[in-house]
Design a protein around this ligand. Structure first.
Ligand SMILES: Cc1cc2nc3c(=O)[nH]c(=O)nc-3n(C[C@H](O)[C@H](O)[C@H](O)COP(=O)(O)OP(=O)(O)OC[C@H]3O[C@@H](n4cnc5c(N)ncnc54)[C@H](O)[C@@H]3O)c2cc1C
Length: 428
């Protein structure tokens, strides 16, 4: 009997288990998670517990292979879409009011952004945050009824791939097949295993840029078309592409992120009207392919943008850095030009400069009424090299990496990866 152990009751692990039990899988299925079941999981525990980060998320299920990770790299386009359908069906199936799950599908790029930018348009299924807790309970009860065993509040601290054992502080749990779906909250654990077993990894790109901030009125015309707009442009011959990332409006705040002792920037929006500041912020993120040691390169660039222990802020019209949602000024040092960006990333800074200059053309009222926080950075964790058909490690074919642990970046892709692994287990 195949003894399947799933580490992480997140979107990926839960979809894998569901596919297995839906098809009368004859083996044993155990899911270990450091969080809690959906009945006891507190609202503040955003990342851990049944359905993982997806369970307490915004409940937006993106429905396009160019968004949220790279599933089609493994499966091809057609199969990826079919797997997405299965994940979305699962969310509808355990939804108390499935008819309320609606798909929004913007279809046309507005003319006024052309020819300077493309606007990424893709369908999104809206589950509704308010329903996720109920979905979680229904889904959990179904898996229990089908014989899945859950071990809650238990952190897996080590895995012995040679002896086929998952270790916690209290137990050693043997497995025949391991599905590793620890999500973002377990990213260091994945890295630790990759180093311990010297797992070969996929080459990664650099993801670096700035957080751009301006009064919302300048962008309103585009916000009316696409609330969380994603402007993009590509320089294929240079291995460089740029996109606006994580757009926040209405009550939009810039946040300082402390990573590896340095400060970089991100943004978030508040829902409560009391926080309204009529600002817009988004990352201008540049993906650069082909850089040797991308992690070290990014770390070095981030370091060069630190002054007096904080990141930097530049505004050509001398805007001052804004306040955080807690009312303090964003931790940053004002500089009087974009030169530090050139010093940090060299000629790549010209792509960001051009992006901003073209926004000044496309949004005529913008002028110089903007500021940038430098840098914004995404450190991509090493992605272990897997067999593309079943996402198993090339050196350990009974260990499958899924979800954010395999560079997925969203609910649909993570769930689809779990489903794919389960399909392959069922075939065998
Ligand atoms: C606030 C927020 C909002 C989001 N909104 C959206 C959205 O609207 N749409 C979208 O597509 N994506 C969204 N995301 C991203 C999405 O939630 C994730 O991409 C997705 O949940 C990843 O699924 P996963 O199964 O890989 O990991 P997760 O869902 O993160 O689950 C991982 C699980 O593993 C457990 N775990 C970790 N380490 C261990 C360990 N050592 N031992 C035992 N258990 C462990 C954790 O407790 C967790 O339950 C959001 C994320 C956050 C944080």
């Amino acid at each position: 009997m195949n003894n399947v152990v799933i580490v992480g009751a997140g979107v990926a692990g839960v979809n894998a288990a569901t596919k297995l039990v839906d098809n009368d899988f004859k083996g044993k299925i155990t899911i270990i998670d450091m969080g809690l079941d959906p009945y006891r999981r507190p609202a503040a525990d955003v990342m851990r517990g049944f359905l993982g980060a997806g369970g307490w998320s915004d409940g937006k299920l993106t429905y396009h292979t160019s968004i949220g990770g790279q599933l089609s790299k493994y499966t091809g386009e057609e199969k990826a879409m079919e797997l997405f359908d299965q994940v979305i069906d699962n969310f509808k199936r355990f939804h108390p009011n499935p008819d309320e799950v609606q798909c929004s599908n913007p279809i046309a790029e507005p003319d006024f952004i052309k020819p300077h930018f493309g606007l990424r348009l893709f369908p999104v299924w809206h589950v509704g945050t308010d329903y996720l807790h109920e979905i979680g309970k229904n889904w959990h009860d179904y898996l229990i009824e089908k014989g899945v065993e859950f071990i809650w509040e238990t952190k897996v601290t080590d895995i012995n791939f040679d002896n086929k054992e998952a270790h916690t502080d209290q137990y050693v749990i043997p497995y025949d097949t391991l599905i590793f779906g620890v999500g973002k909250s377990g990213i260091d654990f994945g890295k630790q295993l990759a180093e311990k077993y010297e797992l070969p990894t996929e080459p990664k790109s650099v993801q670096i840029g700035v957080r751009f901030e301006a009064p919302q009125k300048h962008f309103q015309k585009l916000i009316d078309v696409s609330y969380d707009f994603k402007l993009y442009r590509k320089y294929d011959d240079k291995g460089v592409s740029l996109r606006s990332f994580c757009t926040n409006n209405n009550a939009a705040y810039v946040a300082a992120e402390h990573t590896y002792g340095d400060i970089s920037y991100n943004g978030h929006a508040k829902k409560d009207e009391a926080y309204r500041n009529d600002m817009t912020n988004f990352g201008i993120l540049m993906e650069i392919k082909g850089i040797d040691k991308p992690f070290d390169w990014s770390r070095e660039a981030v370091k060069k943008l630190q002054v007096d222990g904080v990141g930097t802020f530049y505004s050509p019209s001398h805007r001052v850095p804004s306040k955080t949602s807690e009312g303090d000024y964003v931790e940053t040092k004002v500089v009087d030009s974009m030169d530090p960006l050139w010093d940090a990333i060299g000629e790549y800074a010209s792509y960001i400069n051009e992006f901003i200059e073209d926004m000044e053309i496309v949004f005529p009222t913008l002028g110089k009424d903007w500021g940038i926080y430098m840098p914004e950075v995404k450190y991509l964790s090493p992605e272990p090299l897997v067999n593309y058909d079943d996402l198993s490690l090339t050196r350990f074919p009974n260990v499958h990496f899924v979800g954010d642990a395999l560079s997925a970046r969203g609910i649909t892709v993570s769930g689809a990866q779990g489903t794919l692994v389960a399909e392959q287990l069922l075939k065998n």
